[in-house]
Design a protein around this ligand. Structure first.
Ligand SMILES: [Zn+2]
Length: 247
């Protein structure tokens, strides 16, 4: 920190940090990375530049165990082990906005899926306990749907799986891409970061998924001092000691 942060910046930092901790989708390494980013982007600690906001620098700060950290800008000299840098990247990669079929099908647990094979001598489906499971692609939405079958209906099941794979192959690029239903958690809290570029750095194949209900665009936050602006109703603020807690 080159200068003492403003009171509004400290308040914003406390607010974002508390929100990160309260977010059930921000846990483990992702929470650590989020807290590092909150401090960097809001308090400018460390200030950007010379590789200080790099994955390597973050890894050194979070997991470096006090190892000496030497960074000399581009062509950086660093002693942070690669596996620690990979750990930071993996946390960010897992949080890139993406479609997660397991989350999409959370209401239909594998173990409870009944056999869906149509019956010949009666109306309806078999309904026996499934013993083989897979995903089929819904060709109209691109979403994954779970399928199960009992042992007796293996031929029906195999046929469903094979024909679906062929249809997906035939559709090629015409197959719709489902909206992201996972990831993007840090971007909800941390503004002022070029998230799409970051996500491409950790996943070269990443492209923005179509807009979905479950992902929100990152919002850029403007730091203001609403609560403490002097007005005729309120006395001018006094300088107080900020104790660094969350109040
Ligand atoms: Zn069956």
């Amino acid at each position: 920190m080159t200068d003492s942060p403003s009171y509004s910046a400290l308040r914003e930092h406390n607010r974002v940090t508390a929100a990160l901790i309260a977010d059930p989708e921000v846990t483990g390494d992702l929470l650590l990375v989020g807290m590092w980013l909150a401090r960097a982007t809001i308090l400018r600690d460390p200030p950007p530049g010379e590789g200080r906001w790099s994955f390597t620098s973050i890894a050194g700060a979070l997991f470096g165990h006090g190892r000496p950290l030497t960074i000399t800008g581009m062509g950086a000299t660093t002693r942070v082990p690669n596996y620690l840098v990979a750990r930071v990247k993996q946390a960010v990669r897992a949080d890139r906005p993406h479609y997660d079929p397991d989350r999409d099908n959370a209401a239909d647990p594998w173990m409870h899926l009944p056999c869906r094979a149509p019956m010949i001598r009666r109306e309806g489906e078999c309904g026996q306990h499934g013993t083989m499971y897979d995903y089929l692609t819904d060709l109209t939405t691109g979403r994954q749907v779970r399928i199960a079958a009992c042992r007796r209906h293996k031929p029906w099941y195999d046929h469903q799986v094979v024909t679906n794979r062929e249809a997906v192959r035939d559709a090629g690029d015409r197959l719709p891409r489902p909206a992201a239903n996972a990831g993007g958690a840090l971007a909800r809290h941390i503004g002022g970061v070029n998230w799409p570029r970051i996500w491409q750095m950790v996943d070269p194949h990443w492209t923005p998924p179509p807009e979905g209900a479950s992902t929100r665009k990152p919002t850029l936050r403007v730091l203001r001092n609403d609560d403490f602006e002097p007005s005729e109703d309120r006395p001018a603020p006094r300088l107080v000691v900020h104790e660094g807690g969350w109040r």
